[in-house]
Design a protein around this ligand. Structure first.
Ligand SMILES: [Zn+2]
Length: 272
């Protein structure tokens, strides 16, 4: 794909980027956006996931709330470059739903990410998926099929498949192509409400091609997992894939825009 072909589209949205507390201020994320925009000749925007200061897979209410308030300030700083995910703890569904009302139902954030505190196939997660479906926003779900064993409450691709079956009108984005993508993509491909992001991990030859073959290009999203991962390496997965330019455009921004269309329409930020 040439830069000229990309410019026709003009937009790359990195759907999976993490905040790192005080370590990386908003200006630095904005400088990445500008740097990659200039290099690529297309606007590079990022969808940010809040951070909690004391890293835990089981954040308490204060930590979740604080993460959202910090994220809101980042979005205010650069409304033309940043989108935000609500990051809620599925082990505390009452508070998760309160935070979803505060930040997602109001259009401030474009979707919901779930902490690794419950497998997404557990029944406690269902009300969150149902509310996401009502609000017409996507749920970003970490999943990583590992050969070394899972974290206690970490989802496998099979859990994502079960969650998608239990709430078929909820759009779920399985992060990281599910880790061991050769298996994970097959597990989720039958469920039309499952999308995948290609963030994190190595840039394996053939992974994006497999995702497009099994799921269709309209169900694959670009994401980097920065700053845990290096953006150019992650972008090379899509840029270097042996797929049509029209498919790359869908992966690089069009699918994100479609999945978040309702949230962006009701956003108080006119630039979305
Ligand atoms: Zn991540």
């Amino acid at each position: 794909m040439t830069m000229k072909q990309l410019r026709n589209n003009g937009l790359i949205i990195d759907s999976h980027v993490h905040l790192r507390g005080e370590l990386i201020p908003p200006d630095e994320y904005a400088s990445w956006c500008r740097q990659y925009s200039e290099a690529l000749g297309a606007s590079y925007k990022v969808a940010l996931i809040p951070f909690c200061e004391k890293w835990s897979y089981y954040p308490n209410r204060d930590e979740v709330q604080q993460g959202h308030e910090i994220l809101a300030r980042y979005l205010e700083s650069y409304p033309d470059l940043f989108y935000g995910w609500a990051y809620v703890n599925p082990a505390d569904p009452d508070f998760a739903l309160q935070e979803i009302e505060r930040w997602v139902a109001t259009g401030h954030f474009i979707g919901i990410k779930l902490w690794v505190a419950k497998k997404c196939s557990e029944s406690v997660v269902v009300p969150i998926l149902q509310r996401a479906a009502q609000l017409r926003v996507p749920v970003l779900q970490h999943a990583w099929d590992k050969s070394t064993g899972q974290l206690k409450d970490e989802s496998l691709s099979m859990d994502v498949a079960l969650a998608a079956q239990s709430v078929p009108n909820c759009s779920i984005i399985m992060a990281h192509l599910g880790g061991f993508w050769q298996r994970a993509l097959k597990a989720v491909s039958p469920y039309r409400n499952i999308h995948v992001d290609c963030s994190g991990g190595w840039a394996h030859a053939g992974a994006i091609e497999k995702a497009v073959t099994l799921l269709g290009s309209e169900r694959v999203l670009y994401g980097s997992d920065a700053p845990l991962r290096d953006i150019p390496t992650q972008m090379s997965k899509v840029f270097g894939a042996n797929i049509a330019t029209s498919d790359k455009r869908k992966i690089l921004s069009e699918n994100f825009l479609r999945l978040t269309a309702h949230a962006r329409r009701i956003s108080p930020n006119a630039n979305h």
